[in-house]
Ligand binder design. Structure first.
Ligand code: ZN
Length: 424
């Protein structure tokens, strides 16, 4: 549309030089066409929604998400609107992660990438052929703002590995910081495709005490991983660096001309799904947040593990965070103990089901007098009916067996009869 408008402007200027009635008619048709396209676009984008509603109607974009509360998975789904997430690298994983978070109704998304959309990206999800040539961040903002206009989107078309890019990156993370926090974002997601950029994200997050998640897909496109990094508490990216980083080799020298990494929309989609699932669990506090989750698609194997920080880490900011974490251990232990005690004292038993439409009650098996309950119901027989079977209480003990004395008397009588027979 933008290009079409520019062309129209050029034609108008040309018209000033040389009036041409046929050209005016053609221009009129083009304006009519663009007007109808604009009205279609305006009708398909919805206006902002102030509060997330749980109402189950087809026009509510949040009904399925708010149902997570009703299902008892998430305590307060609407809190997602309070969170800001920064995504570094809007490629095969980052763009899909951004779309998922946008559809989930995240409050604010900060997008970082220096690249432009190319036809070679079309084997992956998200970007469209008509976006070729646009910067990835602008193309992402275009699509995401149409999908969910409630999400605040910030586009940063820059390279974080340059000095200027790094400063802007740090500044944007620090903006809107409040409540004693060093940054204004709740989580940084690294979706980059090289170690240099990962080390830069690692540096920024270690400096800013910023929790982040790292993701990666292998060059042969059949495996990937996600990892949670909390400065000082878990291993940082430099604590256990890949061989390329540890050996100090410039990874760009490893790339051969005419050879590129393979990529599959499936593996990238799976890794983006795992990354955003872990993000939702972390932000909305449900389930177990994975410290590391691998994915090997050839064997459908998902290894998990925990990585402790390395006391000999090469990153000074990481060592600083490790020291702070160790020093705060007594305070953390005390807080954990107080929390456990508070939970134990607050553990009051509530009825499992508040509604009891059918007045169903459960009888305790250990109840010593269940018969009393049964009897109350059984005693009230309708008029005219009598019981055929004895009531359990009217059970009569069978007569006691005859005493041994009686048996002796019978034997004596039998003997007398036999004697009489023999004598006759
Ligand atoms: Zn480290």
């Amino acid at each position: 549309m933008e290009e079409e408008l520019r062309a129209l402007l050029r034609d108008l200027d040309a018209l000033k030089q040389r009036p041409d009635p046929a050209s005016i008619d053609r221009m009129r048709d083009r304006v009519v066409g663009m007007t109808s396209m604009a009205s279609v676009a305006a009708a398909s984008t919805r206006s902002k929604i102030k509060d997330m509603s749980a109402e189950v109607v087809d026009s509510n974009p949040y009904s399925r998400l708010m149902a997570l509360q009703r299902m008892g998975i998430v305590e307060n789904y609407e809190r997602i609107r309070d969170y800001s997430v920064a995504i570094v690298g809007i490629g095969g994983v980052g763009s899909v992660a951004a779309e998922m978070l946008t559809r989930c109704g995240i409050g604010r998304l900060l997008l970082y990438d220096y690249d432009t959309v190319e036809l070679a990206n079309m084997n992956r999800l998200f970007f469209r052929p008509d976006q070729v040539g646009m910067t990835k961040t602008d193309a992402a903002v275009q699509t995401l703002s149409e999908i969910n206009p409630d999400v605040l989107l910030e586009s940063y078309s820059l390279n974080i590995t340059t000095v200027k890019g790094f400063e802007t990156f740090l500044g944007s993370l620090k903006a809107r910081s409040s409540h004693g926090r060093a940054t204004g974002v709740d989580l940084v997601l690294s979706c980059v495709d090289n170690y240099e950029a990962r080390m830069v994200v690692n540096q920024a997050c270690n400096e800013l005490h910023q929790t982040w998640m790292e993701s990666g897909v292998s060059e042969d496109a059949v495996s990937g991983h996600i990892q949670l990094l909390i400065p000082g508490e878990t291993a940082c990216f430099a604590c256990a660096p890949p061989l390329v980083v540890a050996s100090g080799v410039d990874e760009r020298t490893l790339k051969r001309d005419g050879v590129c990494a393979a990529s599959l929309p499936t593996t990238m989609g799976v890794v983006a799904g795992l990354l955003v699932q872990n993000t939702l669990k972390y932000l909305l506090k449900f389930g177990q947040v994975s410290p590391y989750l691998g994915y090997n698609s050839l064997k459908d194997y998902f290894p998990t593990m925990e990585m402790r920080p390395n006391p000999q880490c090469s990153n000074p900011a990481c060592l600083e965070r490790q020291k702070e974490y160790m020093q705060s251990k007594p305070a953390r232990d005390a807080a954990a103990k107080a929390k456990m005690e508070a939970e134990a004292s607050a553990a009051i038993e509530y009825p499992v089901h508040i509604d009891n439409e059918w007045n169903i009650s459960v009888v305790d098996d250990n109840d010593t007098a269940p018969s009393s309950i049964l009897r109350t119901a059984a005693d009230s027989l309708p008029e005219g009916l009598v019981r055929e079977l004895p009531h359990e209480d009217s059970y009569v003990e069978p007569p006691a067996p005859a005493s041994s004395g009686a048996i002796d008397d019978d034997l004596e009588e039998l003997q007398r009869q036999l004697d009489a027979l023999n004598s006759s």
